[in-house]
Write a protein that binds this ligand. Structure first.
Ligand code: SAM
Length: 338
């Protein structure tokens, strides 16, 4: 069965999901008195983190969100208040909205998570080992099932979409690194009968992916292999390494490690493809990528990248002929050759 391009892209659904992180940004900024701090002295994320003892990674995710919300301006590299925030977000203002948001904060789990992320209380912020936690390779089946279904939902439309907008004419054998449910491999198998894909994943996720693959009727073209991408040797014999939403889980050094492992395992002329929601240069737009980056700051060691950052990373790992194209909805593919 050939994959069918969805009648409309899923950007509206993304917008609805991501909108739930708008209010926590404001309630956390109010609780931490960020507006008072920036009123006293406009500052960069680095300066504010230093001055107030906040987590820099958390602030780098939060401040662009407040800009997107129209509550801060950026001038000469320093965030500063505007008319809206000066009028409604300062405790000293007779028009202060804080009473409402402090009450809402108590009922919103993302508020607590974001507060801990910015307020330097999270063990995550101090973690230095790349593959700890979920990524230790010991994911129980209940958690794996829940998270895989979650990721399948947000990826399945962009998987079908990318097969219509990206050139896979040279692709024959794909290693789908951290492929989750296998939705990208399934979409590629449906694109052409001569494409073979392998979902490389942790044990519990491989077991689940096999079910998704069987349900899609593409078991003859798509299989799975249990490999911990950080600790075990990668299989050879693939002309394409496909990573969707993998680099955004990790810091720059770990992504470089993944890119180098990929480079080592690919044949000459083989391609690496990074499917990600990209930030514009400067990292302050577009709004969905800024919000997705905030989610990554709260839940992973990663963030969304700009094309420039990924290009630099791939160049450092030894790749050449690097390019980028928007593929479907909010997603793009950055591609490069060995
Ligand atoms: C954000 S999900 C992306 C899933 C899928 N590629 C997508 O875009 O929907 C990250 C995936 O990386 C996998 N992963 C995490 N650590 C891994 C490891 N050490 N080895 C192999 N896969 C790993 C997870 O199991 C998870 O399925």
């Amino acid at each position: 069965m050939n994959s069918v391009l969805p009648a409309t892209d899923d950007t509206r659904v993304w917008d609805i999901w991501l909108s739930m992180y708008q209010v926590p940004c404001l309630s956390v900024a109010l609780e931490l008195e960020l507006f008072e701090s920036l009123d006293a002295k406009p500052d960069s994320a680095e300066g504010l983190a230093e001055r107030r003892g906040f987590n820099l990674r958390g602030l780098r995710a939060l401040l662009p969100m407040l800009m997107q919300q129209g509550l801060l301006h950026l001038h000469d590299g320093c965030y500063q208040l505007n008319e809206t925030s000066r009028t409604y977000m300062l405790k000293s203002s007779p028009l202060f909205w804080g009473g409402l948001f402090s009450r809402i904060a108590k009922t919103q789990p993302p508020h607590k998570l974001l507060l801990e992320t910015v307020n330097n209380q999270r063990a995550l912020a101090a973690k230095t080992r790349a593959a700890d936690g979920w990524e230790s390779g010991h994911v129980d089946m209940a958690m794996a099932r829940e998270v895989t279904a979650f990721m399948h939902s947000h990826s399945v439309a962009s998987a079908a979409g990318m097969t219509k907008t990206f050139d896979f004419s040279r692709t024959r054998k794909v290693l789908d690194v951290g492929g989750g449910s296998g939705c990208f491999s399934i979409a590629l198998a449906r694109l052409r009968a001569d494409i073979r894909c392998t979902v490389m994943e942790l044990p519990a996720i491989c077991e689940l992916a096999q079910q998704y693959i069987a349900d899609a009727g593409v078991s003859a073209q798509v299989d799975t292999v249990v490999v911990d991408m950080f600790r075990q040797a990668w299989p050879a014999g693939y002309d394409t390494h496909f990573f969707s939403n993998i680099f955004h889980d990790w810091g720059f050094e770990t992504c470089l490690d993944l890119a180098q492992r990929s480079h080592a395992a690919l044949p000459e002329g083989g391609r690496i493809l990074l499917h990600e929601m990209l930030l514009d240069d400067g990292g302050l737009t577009p709004a969905p990528a800024v919000t997705f980056s905030l989610l990554m700051a709260m839940g992973t060691l990663g963030q969304q990248f700009t094309y420039g950052q990924l290009r630099e990373l791939l160049q450092t790992a030894g790749f050449r002929n690097i390019s980028c194209r928007q593929t479907y909805g909010y997603f793009s593919i950055v591609s490069a050759e060995k």
